[in-house]
Design a protein around this ligand. Structure first.
Ligand code: GDP
Ligand code: IMO
Ligand code: MG
Length: 405
């Protein structure tokens, strides 16, 4: 089945993020030649468990543990350089050097320390109108600079140090005037120069690189954030600042939609959300707390407790319509093992589906699932109209059912 995904496949979050995109990306990466992140930045936190060891990626694609696979950081990304250097260092310490296989878009934007400050200032200023609960990673302010056409891009790191300094000061000046913040060049500039030293040769025209590979090599796109956080189609203003759908990812990489061969929508068997904003199926009280504990629902980036709720099929249908999912990956089915019955919102009313109250942990064969768990999966499939190709039964790389249909 994995072979039928074709030469350009995307993994896209269908809820409010943290669905388990990292895990399926890591599993699929073995079968692909080039691994690409398209947009977003270190607001993403993608966790994988390989041989019992936990790895969290914020900027690098989650498949990067697979040796020798080229890695693309696409033009739609906003890159916080110390975070990228840290991820590279952590992998180096584990014996993996990703630098020679990095292809970083010269058009990707740089997140500076002062963007994080602005994130805090804006969040505070708008708190009267209700904050967003951002990750404070400077994402919105960096994309705002991009839209204002005053941003610093990865390609700017190719200039000499004197020019970078001038360029940085010119841009920082805008920020100081607009937001009444202070900027610390003594911290910012060495960060830019360190990144230049390590990465300058890896900064390139990733659009040309990907187009040379199109149709010949298998390219896997790892989405970040998720459909309901999309700047255009999400629950605005409680969204992130980038396009998070598959079309957003293709735009961010400069790839034509007609080349896409498959799109996997990732959805938890229930639902979570971090930060503020509407959440129709949210569970309050003890039941919600229990689900949070069973699912380990704490943010990989900020450690914040995630709000928990039941699956909303109406939203899933919306995400499928927008993205054209060819397959679904239902994740964390095992987290529902103890539930006596499982409420699902079908877009009109709440339906109670019977629970299975049996362990599904680590199952890899669909027919090994309890009958009621199969019925739950088939209900989602029927209501959403999208085949469920993958079912997560635990955090580990092996804990996934791959269906043959
Ligand atoms: P992402 O942002 O979409 O990549 O998701 P995160 O990594 O932020 O959050 C998903 C969390 O659920 C991680 O801690 C994963 O290790 C974990 N996870 C993923 N799939 C499964 C699954 O099928 N079962 C269980 N129990 N945990 C899972
Ligand atoms: P992954 O890729 C969950 C949420 C934040 C906040 C809103 C805006 O791990 O699924 P931002 O910092 O982007 O300006 O915050 O978006 N958010 C995420 N929630 N998973 C993510 O990424 C998220 N990235 C942003 O919590 O509500
Ligand atoms: Mg996450």
């Amino acid at each position: 089945m994995i072979n039928s995904l074709g030469t350009l496949s995307a993994v896209i979050g269908s809820q409010w993020g943290d669905e388990g995109k990292g895990k399926i990306t890591d599993i699929l990466s073995e079968h692909f030649d080039i691994l690409a992140r398209a947009s977003g930045g270190a607001n993403a936190g993608h966790t994988i468990f390989v041989n019992g060891e936990k790895h969290v990626f914020h900027l690098l694609p989650s498949g990067c543990l697979h040796p020798d696979k080229p890695i693309v950081l696409g033009s739609g990304m906003v890159i916080h350089l110390p975070t990228l250097l840290d991820e590279i260092k952590t992998l180096r310490e584990a014996g993996i050097d990703v630098v020679p296989r990095l292809h970083i878009s010269e058009a990707a934007h740089v997140v500076l320390e002062y963007h994080k400050k602005i994130d805090g200032v804006v969040e505070e200023r708008r708190s009267g109108a209700g904050g967003i609960g951002t990750t404070m990673r400077g994402i919105g302010p960096t994309y705002a600079d991009k839209a204002h056409r005053i941003g610093m891009r990865m390609g700017d790191l190719k200039k000499d140090e004197g020019e970078i300094k001038k360029y940085f000061e010119h841009h920082a000046n805008f920020a100081v005037k607009m937001y009444d913040i202070s900027v610390n060049s003594e911290i910012e500039l060495p960060q830019l120069f360190d990144a230049k030293k390590l990465l300058e040769k890896r900064i390139t025209n990733t659009v040309s690189y990907l187009h040379k590979a199109l149709g010949k090599k298998r390219i896997l796109i790892e989405g970040a954030q998720a459909t309901l956080l999309d700047i255009d189609h999400g629950t605005y203003p409680h969204v992130t600042s980038s396009g998070t759908t598959v079309t957003g990812a293709l735009q961010a990489l400069g790839l034509p939609p007609k080349e896409l061969t498959s799109c996997i929508g990732v959805a938890k068997a229930y639902c979570t959300r971090v930060g503020a904003g509407p959440f129709l199926t949210e569970i309050s009280g003890k039941r919600g707390d229990e689900l949070r504990e069973r699912g380990g629902e704490y943010g990989a980036t900020t450690g914040r407790p995630r709000r928990c709720g039941w699956l909303d099929i109406g939203e899933l249908k919306f995400a499928s319509r927008i993205n054209g999912f060819t397959h679904l990956n239902i994740t964390k089915l095992d987290v529902l093992d103890a539930e006596p019955s499982i409420p699902v919102y079908n877009g009109n009313d709440v339906t109670e589906l019977p629970g299975w109250q049996e362990s599904t942990v680590g199952k890899t064969d669909y027919l090994q699932l309890p009958e009621k768990a199969q019925e739950y999966v088939e209900y989602i499939e029927k209501e959403s109209g999208v085949p469920v190709g993958f079912i997560g039964t635990g955090p580990g790389r092996e804990e996934m059912i791959v269906r043959s249909n």
